[in-house]
Each structure stands twice: as C-alpha cells, then as structure tokens.
Design a binder for this molecule. Structure first.
Ligand code: FES
Ligand code: MG
Length: 576
C-alpha cells in the first residue's frame, strides 16, 4: 500500500513556528524529547486502561512499553495516556453503567490531542467495547491489543475457570457440598496470573471479536497474558501503527459491515458471550454500520460451536491458544464460505491471507466444522408479546429439554426481592416454573447488570436440578450458563411488557420458533399497563441521570442516544 501525502494531525500542533508551537513543544520537552522529535513523524497514542482497580489489566504498563518500542523502531513518536478503566469485578452497580462514559473519555482524549494513530490496550470486559466505540467516533488509524487471558485456574489438581466455577462453587457452598475454607482456597487458585478471565466469557469473546474484526493483529485473541508472544505482538503492533498512519488506513476501512459479519459468525464458532451482541451493535453504529439483532440471528444461526471451552465446555483459553487459537476457527468457517475473505485487517493483509494456512494442534479443543462441539453456537433472537423489540438466548449454554417449554411465572420485582426470597423453602416454585426478574435493564438497574442467570432455589438444587428457564431484562456474565433469556426489550423500567408479568401467568419459550410468548390477552395487559407506575428515578443529577435519560435499549446496543455515529478527527481550534 502506498504512502499518503495527507498532512498529519500532529503537524497542526508541532510544525508551528509561532507562540502556539512553543506551547505545544516546550512542555513536552520536559520529558526529554529533543527538537528533532517534532520533525513530522507520526505521533501515536497508547491508550492505556491500566489500573489496580482493574486486576485484569494490571500488566498493561509492560504491554505499553512493548508498543512504545515498536513505535520508536518504526520512526514514530509514542505518547501513552490513561483513560477511565473499567474493572468488571469491582465496579458497582455494574461496569456496564460506565462503558459509555469511558467511551466518551477515549473519543475526546484522541480528538483533542496531537494524535495521528492510536493503539488501544484493552482486556477486562467493558474496556474493549468502550475503547473501540470511542475510537470509532474519531476514526483515525487504530490497532486494538487485548491483554490476553490468564493461565488456567488449578484447584486440587483440577482445572477451574473464571466465573464459570465461581458460579458452580457458590452453589456447592450454598448446598453444603464444600466448606468455606475450601472456597477461600479456590479463590487464589482460580486467578493465579496476570490477564483477563480465561473462560470463553465476555473478555475472551471480545478479544476474539477484536481479531475477527481485523482491528487486532493475528493471534490477538488467545495468547496468554504472561506468554512472551503477547509482548512480541505488542511490539509488532507498535511498528505497524506507524505504517498505518503513513498509509492512512483509518478505522472505518477496517470496521466495515463485512468485518462485523465475520465477527458475528466467529462468535457463533466460539460459542461467544451474549454481551458481544450489545457491544458489537454499539460499536457498529458508532462507525456508521447499521447492525441489528436480525443480523445476529441470521448470520449466526447455522454456525456450529467449534470450541470446547468453558462455560459451555471443558477447556480454557490457554488450551485454545495451544490448539491454534482463533485463526483455526476462522479457517474452518472460511472454508465453508462463512467468512468475508477480502476484509482488510490492521496488518495490511486480508483476514483470509492471515488465516488460510493455519493448522489445528488439538481437535479435542477446536473441533472440525463437520464434527462440531455443539450444533449451534450462535445467538438466538426471540420475539413475541413479551419481547416486542427482542430478547436473546445462547443455545449452546442452554438445556435441550427446556428449549421448548411452557411454565408458570414466578416473578421477582428486583434483584433484592429475589435474594430476599430465593432461599425460602416455602417459595412456591418447582423446576417447571419460569423465573422472571424485572427492573435490571439499562435504565432499571441502572446499567443492565449481569444478574440474568438468577441463582436457583436451594430446595431444587438439593434435588439435583441444575437449570430452569429464567427471563429478564438483564445481561449475564459471559462465563455463565443455563437456559437464560436476556436483554428483553423494551425493559421493565421503560414500561416494556416484562413489567406486566404476574405470578402464575403462563409463558412459552420456543427457541426453534424464536418466540417468547406471555399467555395473557391484550385487554388484560392494557388493564395492567394502566395500573403500572414507573420505578422512582435513581439519581437527580450527575452521570447516572445523564445515562438513564439517554440510554438506548439493548436492541440498539445500550449506547447513549447522542453518542451514536462519529464526529471525525478534525483538529479543534487552538487553546491559547
Ligand atoms: Fe475482568 Fe473477567 S473480570 S475479564
Ligand atoms: Mg463479565
């Protein structure tokens, strides 16, 4: 690809020989940058989400150093900057409440600074979509680097996975199968290295999306955080971003509709997290691609799940990496015509040029397309009078016997209501019931918390019941499993039909027919709607008020309405 003669953004800061040039250069010289550093070389931002409060990104100072070396080697000028970091395990009420705030930080930080290209360091769940959404609204040359998954968790000689075994061990503790001492010991055994969750949860799914979208370097998804090859990848990305600036390969050349279609298909192939649905829709609509729930159902429907990873299967990301990683999945799908092969990736080659010749080293971990791990890895989009704007379910994590089922609703008005009553043996519930949880959506929680995989009643757990149909307007952790209907839109707090469900109503889930039906007639629903009052507002001021007033529903990606689209990279006016 040829080099562009387009002036660099940074020239508007550094090529000036007036008072403003003094401002822009002089303060940077306190870091030891000599005059010749301002000779028109590409300035590369290293956008870092390092934070001690985001344990999954705690090694990002090291990754940033490797990117810096790569940028220098290619003749660029690296400048690292922090943005709001979102730690999934610490932030309350949910990291998702702040995804859009972090995206605003990223967008404005890139545009307002003298940056010609940017490398995004992303790991823990929300950091990936937040950074890509923000960068998409600016649209300069961009490479995403994921921090990589942790090593396998190992407890009593057995491999344990982030989140997935947290959930199962919590249930074992509640039902008395393990002691509190064992529980505490397992905490340190599960997360024993740098990196993000090492199941195919949301972070690993989003790292796969980065690679499948072509916005990350080949191999980005699965190299463990502590493997030297993660540092090599960072260094190569640092070199490459300088070339991308010289060739003017902006983000919108990478994040095309074809790229998003590839990502959705790959999500099917990996049995990826339902959270990817909201994040990819939001990212696409930032860059100007009109992606919707229909695309998820249509494109993912015939894609088998090829990888045997937790939460749906047995293995962990380290096994996935050793088996060949995401390139093998892309090759398997591409050989069946399920990949748009000409999609450009950040290394300057097409997705197919990157992946056509890769080999699989372990068919137990990554199955061949014609001998898949599970027949369906995609996301089922359900509609009906209970979800006029859609709801989602991950068939590969659900129980076959519940995929077509009618049951009696047991309703919880809030997560607190559920926690207060779920352990009560007097609760009128059995395994044929449908658990319904309200007011956990974007406006309702607020932030659409990962509480959709409701804990089952202990009295049923003790009888060996491991799954029931659960319906809510919440999300669920990508590390969770079960026959769980999520993202019901419109949400209860916005007056969606979910708000009108009462104990004893019959609900039918039919995944094959993609339907979710509440057996209550329209007249009765109208009567209930007239009597419904919206929940009290969460905040009278501040970001939470801004968020609740402007957040879009799950089918539109939960972005803030005024953030959809892009404003571009035009250089703002001088500051003095
Ligand atoms: Fe950070 Fe899972 S908690 S990736
Ligand atoms: Mg999560």
């Amino acid at each position: 690809m040829s080099e562009t003669k387009k002036p660099l953004r940074s020239e508007a800061w550094f090529a000036r020989q007036d008072k403003m040039g003094f401002y822009y250069r002089s303060w940077l010289k306190n870091r030891g940058f000599p005059q010749d550093q301002f000779d028109g070389r590409p300035v590369i931002g290293i956008c870092n989400t390092w934070s001690e409060l985001t344990p999954c990104n705690s090694h990002f100072r090291t990754i940033a150093e490797h990117v810096r070396w790569g940028v220098l080697e290619a003749g660029g000028f690296p400048l690292e900057f922090p943005v709001m970091s979102l730690g999934e395990t610490m932030l309350r009420p949910t990291a998702m409440l702040y995804r859009n705030l972090a995206a605003m930080d990223v967008e404005e930080s890139i545009r307002a600074n003298p940056l010609d290209g940017v490398v995004l360091l992303m790991g823990c769940d929300k950091t990936t979509p937040a950074l890509l959404m923000g960068a998409a609204s600016v649209d300069i040359p961009t490479i995403g680097i994921s921090g990589g998954p942790m090593l396998r968790g190992v407890y009593k000689g057995r491999h344990i996975g982030s989140g997935t075994n947290t959930i199962s061990m919590s249930e074992q503790l509640r039902s008395g199968q393990i002691t509190l001492e064992e529980y505490h010991e397992a905490e340190a055994c599960m997360h024993r290295s740098h990196g993000h969750c090492m199941t195919m949860g949301t972070a690993s799914t989003m790292a796969c999306m980065v690679e499948a979208l072509g916005v990350g370097m080949p191999g980005n998804a699965a190299i463990p955080a502590v493997d030297a090859r993660r540092n090599l990848l960072a260094r190569e990305a640092g070199r490459r971003i300088v070339e991308m600036v010289r060739q003017d390969i902006v983000l919108s050349r990478i994040l095309t509709r074809e790229a998003f279609e590839n990502a959705i298909r790959v999500n099917g192939g990996i049995g990826g997290s339902t959270n990817a649905v909201v994040h990819l829709i939001a990212m696409a609509r930032r860059i100007g691609v009109d992606l919707g729930l229909e695309d998820w159902d249509r494109l993912g429907r015939d894609v088998p799940c090829l990888v045997d990873l937790m939460p749906s299967g047995r293995f962990l990301m380290e096994d996935f990496f050793e088996a060949g990683g995401l390139p093998v999945v892309i090759r398997e799908l591409g050989e069946r015509g399920l990949i748009n092969k000409d999609a450009l990736t950040v290394n300057g080659r097409t997705i197919w040029e990157n992946n056509a010749a890769v080999e699989c080293w372990n068919r137990e971990v990554i199955h061949a397309f014609d001998k898949p791990f599970k027949p369906s890895g995609g996301i089922a989009v359900l509609r009906g009078n209970l979800a006029p704007d859609g709801a989602v379910l991950k068939p590969s994590a659900a129980s076959p016997h519940l995929m077509k089922h009618t049951g009696r609703a047991v309703v919880f008005e809030s997560i607190e209501d559920l926690h207060a009553r779920i352990n009560d043996d007097a609760l009128d519930i059995d395994e044929t019931c449908v658990m319904v949880l309200k007011n956990c959506g974007p406006k309702g929680y607020p932030g659409m918390a990962e509480v959709g995989n409701m804990p089952l009643p202990p009295k049923l757990l003790k009888r060996g019941i491991t799954d029931m149909i659960r319906i809510s307007d919440a999300r669920m952790s990508g590390t969770a499993y079960g026959t769980v209907v999520l993202h019901t839109a419109p949400e209860a707090a916005a007056g969606g039909p979910l708000a009108l469900v009462e104990n004893g109503d019959l609900i039918t889930l039919d995944v094959e027919a993609r339907s979710l039906h509440l057996h209550v007639d329209a007249t009765e629903l109208d009567r209930r709607r007239a009597a419904w009052t919206p929940p009290a507002p969460h905040a009278g001021r501040g970001y939470v008020k801004l968020y609740v007033d402007h957040v879009l529903q799950a089918d539109a990606g939960c972005d803030l309405d005024f953030l959809v689209g892009r404003s571009g990279a035009a250089v703002p006016r001088d500051n003095h």
